[in-house]
Design a protein around this ligand. Structure first.
Ligand SMILES: Cc1ncc(COP(=O)(O)O)c(CN)c1O
Ligand SMILES: O=C(O)/C=C/CC(=O)O
Length: 403
């Protein structure tokens, strides 16, 4: 039966997520080293503590934790998130609202649904998170891309683009940024640029979507700059956090920090998306913070990932052929590798898989899929030995490409 005639116009043009398709096809495949999946290492999951907390939640709160809950989220978790953002990010929680979401990914979907009409201008970092492009694209925006360097988004280029857009009579709805340990480059926006981005938002009247799931994955002795939300006096920043990298992605629990008016609008939109986020997972997450387990866990995951980043950077240095360069992050889960202009990492992927390694081709991180000579490699999921062997296989493949 041909179902095309039944599909809505919105889904007819919907492209599969390159990352989700790669995961489905390759991760866990025998003999294949995955440098593709942005999966936390299962070794960082606090399984024993989660079991203990799950038992306690069922014992103490079973009738509520297994029941429908309020769309904004479990009040106990909202309280813990407010304490967390006050303590760690110096965000004045008395001036904001918090809404619990089904992962940070839902923040992106709710954002697109809440703010975007077809043709609205959305400014994104280039490259940027694949599923953010997919989340926004379903609402038909005009994407404007701003390059990033080792200090994050080039706000000078952003300002030039804002001037040009204004001259064309185009208003920007929002700028989407991953300012801390960016996906896919791992770079971090300097404090100076964060403040300047906020100044531009106030001057050109746009919102900022600050997507911050990697903030705690810091491997240097110096903390990254505070979230942009910390300096947001006008209520222009919609801040998105997640338990995926600091507890477990399978929980599907994230949060939005924003002006209470925006939180209310997101609540109304969420009511018809999924009613609310899993009550059971929210109760466990709340106990995880309240019991001091998160505070104890963050240093452990940092200590676990720090050597893996070094192993990856050392392996790239040792094995990659001439003509390749890469980012040097101090946190996060990824390194962005750029090859000679004639390299096509999309067409090279098949040969890489034959050689026993998989990565994410760079074109996935651009809405126009314009950049073909780059790729993203992940160090969080493979073991240190697999990282070295994976980069060796990647380097072999690049040499076979003759670039
Ligand atoms: C930048 C970015 N934003 C959002 C998400 C989605 O996070 P979550 O698992 O909380 O939905 C990811 C996935 N790791 C991400 O890399
Ligand atoms: O690798 C990424 O960037 C995202 C991972 C989340 C997912 O599994 O889709």
């Amino acid at each position: 039966m041909n179902y095309e005639k039944y599909y809505s116009e919105k889904v007819k043009g919907m492209r599969p997520s390159i990352i989700r398709e790669l995961l489905k096809k390759y991760v866990g495949k025998k003999g294949l080293i995955s440098l593709a999946a942005g999966n936390p290492s299962p070794e960082t999951f606090p399984t024993r503590i989660i079991k203990k907390l799950a038992d306690e939640v069922l014992e103490k709160y079973g009738k509520d934790a297994l029941q429908y809950g309020p769309t904004p989220g479990y009040s106990g978790l909202i309280e813990q998130i407010k304490n967390f953002i006050e303590e760690r990010y110096k965000i004045d929680s008395s001036k904001v609202g918090v809404l619990i979401t089904s992962g940070a990914q839902q923040v992106l979907d709710l954002t697109g649904m809440t703010f975007l009409n077809p043709g609205d201008v959305v400014i994104i970092e280039a490259p940027t998170y694949v599923a953010a492009i997919d989340a926004f694209a379903q609402y038909g925006p005009e994407f404007v891309q701003v390059p990033v360097d080792e200090e994050g988004m080039r706000v000078d280029v952003l300002e030039d683009k804002l001037k040009k857009l204004k001259a064309e009579g185009k208003n920007v709805k929002f700028v989407y940024t991953i300012p801390t340990f960016q996906n896919p480059g791992g770079v971090t926006m300097s404090e100076e640029r964060r403040k300047y981005l906020l100044e531009l938002a106030n001057k050109y009247d746009f919102l900022i979507i600050e997507d911050d799931p990697y903030h705690e994955l810091n491997y240097s002795d110096k903390e990254p700059p505070l979230p942009i939300k910390h300096w947001d006096s006008e209520g222009r920043v919609i801040y998105s956090g997640s338990f995926s990298k600091i507890l477990a992605p399978g929980f599907r629990v994230g949060w939005i920090v924003a002006d209470p008016q925006i939180i209310r609008k997101f609540e109304i939109v969420k009511q018809r998306r999924d009613l609310h986020t899993s009550s059971f997972c929210q109760y466990i997450a709340a106990e995880y913070i309240k019991g001091g387990y998160l505070r104890e866990h963050i240093p452990k995951i940092r200590a676990y990932y720090k050597p893996k980043l070094k192993v990856m950077l050392d392996a790239l240095e040792e094995y990659m052929p001439e003509g390749f360069e890469w980012t040097k992050p101090t946190g996060g889960m990824f390194v962005w590798v750029m090859g000679p202009s004639e390299l096509n990492t999309t067409s090279m992927l098949e040969k890489a898989v034959e050689n026993g390694v998989v990565y994410v081709p760079g074109e996935a991180f651009y809405p126009d899929r314009s950049v073909k000579n780059a790729m993203r490699v992940d160090f969080s999921y493979p073991s240190e030995e697999e990282i070295v062997e994976g980069i060796k296989r990647l380097a072999k493949t690049c040499k076979e490409e003759g670039v």
